[in-house]
Design a protein around this ligand. Structure first.
Ligand SMILES: *[C@@H]1O[C@H](CO)[C@@H](O)[C@H](O)[C@H]1NC(C)=O
Ligand SMILES: *[C@@H]1O[C@H](CO)[C@@H](O)[C@H](O)[C@H]1NC(C)=O
Ligand SMILES: *[C@@H]1O[C@H](CO)[C@@H](O)[C@H](O)[C@H]1NC(C)=O
Length: 297
């Protein structure tokens, strides 16, 4: 079993090298007249180049059928280091149940924590929540393929997290006992808090280079709720979970860690972290971001 899985991965992997991570979120769109549910799953996938194909697969029977998949290019790093795509997948699920989607392959970019095979798992929960009278929406977040930090500068990365249902969002590293990754070695140079802050402490130049970050983001109800399909179930653990995977590259030391010199400093009119902006339906929302780093690019 294990051997055939590994062979399959190696075969699939020939066309999917140089992985830079992924993230997937979901929201239930509507309940159809026949009781089926339409759910929209949005994901980002980062590779060295965007020609790489991907396939999220369903290990159970509850995933329904994919009714559409739209792929867009999100961004390409100017030096050609990475390319990020997004996928918008619509599925029609026969009953309001729970299911998982998985993405596996080989290989991560050459990284310091020596991880080769990748695996990302999304846990979708569509049963009716007693507190909001509808299906759950996952935490919403996004990622850059590669975060960079000079080896001598302390940095805290406040990862984006927002939950449309008002749930508490928590982060943790992916766990091999829960099959959330193949090799779950965590990056030695980073520490992750439950509140989704990734902290980097200054380290020696021997630790420079890229690392993989394989995280899971989960939403917890603020009080005990029940989930109903046919009969109830009481829940105060995580409702859904999404994979959040990317690379962190530790760069050579810089002469100063003051923001605005080698490290970027945000300037007006950049919105504050977690700012909430009004967006009318069907109208373009522009967000201006302005930053400076006088000595570096
Ligand atoms: C979910 O529960 C609410 C309140 O109990 C109910 O009004 C609603 O019809 C239910 N929705 C579904 C899809 O069963
Ligand atoms: C991984 O999950 C298992 C099973 O739920 C749990 O016992 C273990 O403590 C978890 N490991 C970590 C590092 O959280
Ligand atoms: C938004 O645009 C879509 C497609 O053009 C249209 O079907 C929909 O009715 C519009 N919604 C609103 C609120 O204007």
């Amino acid at each position: 079993m294990c051997v055939s899985l590994m062979l399959l991965l190696l075969v699939c992997g020939a066309q999917s090298t140089h992985f830079y991570g992924t993230v997937m979120t979901y929201y239930p769109k509507n309940t159809n007249a026949d009781g089926s549910l339409t759910v929209v799953l949005r994901y980002k996938l980062s590779f060295h180049d965007c020609s790489t194909r991907d396939l999220w697969y369903c290990p159970s029977l509850n995933c329904g059928t994919q009714t559409s998949l739209v792929l867009n290019l999100v961004d390409q790093e100017s030096s050609g280091e990475w390319c990020q795509r997004e996928g918008i997948m619509t599925r029609r699920v026969p009953i309001n149940s729970q299911f998982q989607l998985e993405l596996t392959g080989v290989a991560w970019i050459n990284i310091n924590n020596g991880i080769m095979f990748w695996r990302a798992v999304t846990g979708v929960e569509l049963r009716n929540r007693s507190d909001i009278g509808q299906a759950n929406t996952s935490p919403q977040t996004t990622i850059l393929p590669a975060l960079r930090v000079p080896s001598n500068c302390r940095r805290d990365f406040h990862l984006l997290d927002f939950d449309p249902d008002g749930d508490e969002v928590r982060c943790r590293y992916a766990n091999s006992s829960l099959s959330e990754c193949f090799d779950c070695t965590t990056p030695s140079v980073l520490s992750l808090s439950e509140s989704c802050i990734l902290s980097f402490s200054p380290t020696s130049s021997a630790n420079e280079g890229p690392y993989t970050v394989q995280m899971v983001m989960e939403d917890f109800p603020r009080q005990t709720i029940s989930l109903t399909q046919n009969g109830g179930l009481t829940v105060n653990s995580a409702i859904s979970k999404i994979p959040v995977q990317f690379a962190v590259r530790v760069d050579p030391a810089v002469p100063s860690c003051t923001e605005g010199l080698y490290l970027p400093r945000f300037l007006t009119p950049t919105p504050a972290n977690k700012a909430q902006l009004y967006a009318p339906v069907n109208q373009t929302l522009s967000i201006s971001v302005n930053a400076e780093a006088n000595v570096s690019r």
